[in-house]
Design a protein around this ligand. Structure first.
Ligand code: N01
Length: 528
């Protein structure tokens, strides 16, 4: 078992980890990145399921830190495919010569505070030692397989959207079942329906989704984008979610006709912009109900069979309180002869059999089962690292009642540990690439500050952490988010504490606060 000396160990080579390596190495630190996958890309390495794309516009969902990188890369479509985003990640790895400092195919199995260092163990038996530890493990990376009775007995392939096989899967002529109708399921279902002999969709909760209206950028459009890039990037930093989008303050300030026109326009434009039609959609139930009414009518229009339309119409949560979805003909897919919807609320899932899924007493024959069942979000991947802080305190114990952080980045009792774009930060409520960039830069500046002042250690003060947790709760409490049983609250994982995990106060507010705290000598951190 060897030991190695590094200034910083970064766990994960997705977009956050890659930039952490580039930035910290550029600042003169010796950095080693440990990555479980065989390549860079994180989420976009694993999520190869049919139809996988990002539902944030490619032009925004990409690094902003390097003008040349931005200029030389051309996005072909408005919503980039998984393959294109992965190609971009690989391009970045080449361009900045990242791979030489990344250990691939190696999973971190433990990290413990030993003396003044972090000692990291891996599944290859290696032990690495570093002064600082950066967890860039992603918020939606611990894919969750639900405990379905009989799942092990299923005779055919069981495919997870969040860990889709690298080899192409031929589903032609197969009877395919999909469990789960979140973003992944809603993206995969239209694609699967086009190739499978029959597709059975098992839906527990109907979800809100708007069309993507996929299209390629024209040459003229791309030129315009390139010319406007600097301004658009600057604007993105001033927004709630890190995506420039025009929004109006209050739905009810418009007349019913104006609202209908606005919703229709946003529907026709496609993408998540619909949910930013009015700022108060996520703040006010009456405002929210106007968007719900519009979306319900759209489902009734798109889905021919009224009973199927009704089952597909969300009625359990306000619009946007579960992560809204963006689709490519999702609702229309249920008009196909080869697609069946099973409403699990009416017909509960009873068991998986070798060649079927039984729900409500009926067996649905299947050759392949796809699980689009989501993630142990925000905390799952972090806790799986088995991190032990000072005095042997396990992170799982410190977080037994839910994640507890200062600014989402640091944790009391875990000096020199930095979490990127995780719980307690805007994270999944923002354009996560920009959110990761902001964290990387903040952490990198902090490490430079420590070095310049001859300091070795940064740790959240417990009082500052408590206050920040309160701020996170207050920000969530001002919204409608807590009304849904969502993964934002851990509601999808049995036994997980019900705590709204991301910071809902907005990316701009958060950025400004982080900058102000840094300028104030990292108030709330004990530096020594
Ligand atoms: O996961 P989800 P996801 N029996 O948790 C159901 C991002 N993302 O992978 O709602 C039956 O949203 C579950 O039902 P319910 C995006 O942020 C982005 O789809 O818990 N059903 C739900 O329908 C997204 O929000 C993109 O009642 C079960 C589904 O499985 C996040 O990742 C693409 C079940 C899980 O939905 C997660 O999305 C993909 C059970 N035992 C993902 N357990 C884009 O950028 C779970 N379900 C486009």
């Amino acid at each position: 078992m060897g030991t190695a000396e590094h200034d910083v160990i970064v766990i994960g080579a997705g977009f956050a980890g890659m930039y952490a390596l580039h930035r910290l190495r550029g600042a003169g630190f010796r950095v080693r990145v440990i990555e479980a996958a065989e390549d860079v890309g994180g989420t976009w390495y694993w999520n190869r399921y049919p139809g996988a794309r990002c539902d944030i516009t490619s032009v925004f969902y990409s690094y902003s830190f390097d003008e040349d990188l931005q200029r030389e890369w051309t996005w072909s479509e408005r919503f980039a495919t998984q393959a294109e985003i992965l190609a971009y990640a690989r391009h970045v790895a080449e361009r900045f010569d990242l791979r030489r400092d990344i250990t691939f195919g190696t999973r971190v199995t433990g990290a413990a505070r030993v003396g003044e260092d972090w000692v990291v163990r891996t599944d290859t038996g290696e032990q690495l030692r570093a002064r600082h530890l950066v967890a860039a493990v992603g918020s939606l990376s611990a894919a969750r397989v639900p405990e379905l009775p009989g799942l092990d007995s299923f005779a055919g392939p069981v495919l997870l959207t969040g860990a889709w096989p690298a080899e192409p899967v031929d589903l032609a002529g197969q009877r395919v079942g999909v469990i789960g109708t979140g973003s992944s399921g809603i993206q995969a279902i239209p694609e699967l329906a086009r190739t499978a002999a029959h597709l059975t969709v098992f839906q527990r909760t109907a979800n809100y989704s708007v069309p993507a209206h996929h299209r390629r950028f024209t040459a003229a459009e791309w030129q315009e984008i390139q010319e406007g890039y600097p301004a658009v990037r600057a604007e993105a930093l001033t927004t709630y979610a890190g995506v420039p989008i025009e929004t109006r303050p209050a739905a009810l300030a418009d007349s019913a006709a104006e609202r209908a026109a606005r919703y229709e326009q946003r529907w026709q434009e496609g993408g998540l912009g619909f949910f930013f039609s009015y700022q108060d959609l996520i703040l006010d139930e009456t405002a929210n109900a106007t968007a719900a009414e519009f979306l319900h009518a759209k489902i009734a229009e798109l889905v021919h069979d009224p009973a199927t339309a009704k089952a597909l119409t969300p009625d359990s949560h306000p619009v946007g309180t579960k992560r809204p979805c963006v689709d490519d003909g999702y609702f229309e897919t249920f008009n196909r002869d080869n697609v069946t919807l099973v409403d699990l609320r009416e017909h509960p899932l009873e068991r998986v059999l070798p060649h079927a899924v039984q729900a409500g007493g009926q067996e649905h024959d299947l050759d392949v089962l796809v699980l689009a069942t989501g993630y142990d979000a925000l905390t799952g991947a972090l806790l799986r690292l088995d991190i032990t802080g000072e005095d042997g305190l396990p992170l799982a114990e410190h977080w037994a009642a839910g994640p507890s952080t200062y600014l989402g980045v640091t944790v009391a009792g875990f000096p020199n540990l930095y979490v990127l774009a995780g719980p307690g930060s805007p994270s999944v409520l923002a354009n996560v690439i920009l959110a990761a960039e902001q964290h990387v830069e903040w952490v990198s500046d902090l490490l430079v500050h420590l070095r310049e002042h001859g300091l070795r250690r940064a740790e959240a003060e417990p009082a500052a952490e408590r206050e920040w947790n309160e701020q996170v709760a207050i920000a969530a409490g001002a919204t409608l988010f807590p009304l849904a049983d969502s993964w934002y609250l851990g509601a999808n994982v049995p036994g997980k504490p019900r705590v709204f995990m991301p910071y809902a106060g907005g990316f701009q507010t958060y950025r400004e606060l982080c900058a102000e705290i840094a300028a104030d000598g990292y108030r709330g951190l004990r530096l020594s």
